[in-house]
Design a protein around this ligand. Structure first.
Ligand SMILES: Cc1cc2nc3c(=O)[nH]c(=O)nc-3n(C[C@H](O)[C@H](O)[C@H](O)COP(=O)(O)O)c2cc1C
Ligand code: SF4
Ligand code: SF4
Length: 260
């Protein structure tokens, strides 16, 4: 079985790619939390995989929340792995994941990372479509290698994109995320056509359409930027920094039809 969280489709695409090898069932973490369905029993020989994006050199808060609720029965001796998707570098994100799993009695056997298109547009605008394509083609090669290693149940740390001083990077950067994530920083402009996609797809139900406009009802959220990227009118901005940054959805993830 394979668990994933994805806002703009990179991790969803990577999860599907990995799952197709063994015809594994994949589960959306927000949906499992919403359905309060967090207990699983592994079949003999079955793997437990996690594919998640890197946030501020750490893991999304919703994944940390999920780990706290997750009960994996009969997990001893099973191959458990994590694949961090990222824009450039993961820092100690996979180690953070493994540490939280350890607290729940689960040993992570292998850590992987794959570089995809960076969807964190408040700092840097998106690269052009040609660069995005090169990046995603390269990601396919990284994923093929990961697939092989998972098929062979290789154990170890295979993450080559942690960056320099990765532990320090996470120590410095992650608190800005963990204690930030304020929804007051999101604004919507007049081009909103009140389609409701932002409300529908927010993984923590932080948004409600009121008088035909999104209102962020929760004070904090996951900061996944899904609402910002997936709005068909590009009507959502974060801190007045993203108006000209471009919007991204992984072109191979088929996101429009699905809830992530
Ligand atoms: C809040 C936030 C923080 C991010 N921080 C990092 C980071 O520390 N390092 C990195 O390489 N990419 C970072 N990214 C980029 C994402 O990890 C990357 O684009 C990921 O593949 C997105 O996955 P998704 O499309 O499944 O949502 C960040 C993205 C967001 C939204
Ligand atoms: S997704 Fe965009 S256009 Fe649709 S309701 Fe939300 S802000 Fe408005
Ligand atoms: S409000 Fe937007 S950024 Fe925050 S969790 Fe919901 S979809 Fe993600």
């Amino acid at each position: 079985m394979l668990f994933y969280f994805s806002a703009t489709g990179n991790s969803l695409y990577a999860a599907r790619k990995i799952a197709e090898e063994d015809n594994e069932q994949i589960f959306s973490i927000p949906e499992l939390i919403e359905e309060n369905s967090c207990e699983f029993t592994l079949k003999p020989g079955e793997n437990a995989g996690f594919v998640i994006p890197t946030y501020y050199y750490g893991i999304p808060t919703i994944v940390a929340d999920f780990i706290e609720k997750l009960k994996l029965n009969d997990v001893q001796g099973h191959y458990v792995y994590v694949v961090m998707t990222c824009g450039t570098t993961t820092g100690n994100a996979a180690e953070m994941f493994a540490k939280l799993m350890k607290k729940r009695g689960v040993t992570v056997s292998a850590k992987y990372a794959v570089v995809m298109v960076d969807n964190y547009v408040p700092y840097y605008p998106l690269p052009g479509k040609d660069i995005q394509k090169i990046c995603l083609d390269n990601a396919d090669r990284m994923l093929a290698d990961i697939q092989q290693k998972i098929a062979a149940k290789e154990t170890g740390d295979f993450n080559t994109v942690k960056g320099m001083l990765h532990g320090f990077g996470t120590f410095i950067a992650y608190p800005y995320y963990k204690y930030g994530r304020k929804t007051k920083d999101f604004h919507v402009n007049d081009s909103c056509n009140h389609c409701g996609i932002c409300e529908r797809d927010c993984p923590v139900k932080a948004i409600r359409i009121v008088d035909s406009k999104p209102v962020w009802e929760k004070k904090t959220c996951v900061l996944c930027l899904g609402c910002l990227h997936r709005c068909p009118k590009a009507a959502i901005d974060y801190r007045n920094t993203t108006v000209k940054s471009g919007r991204y959805m992984n072109p191979n993830a088929g996101l429009k039809k699905e809830r992530v």
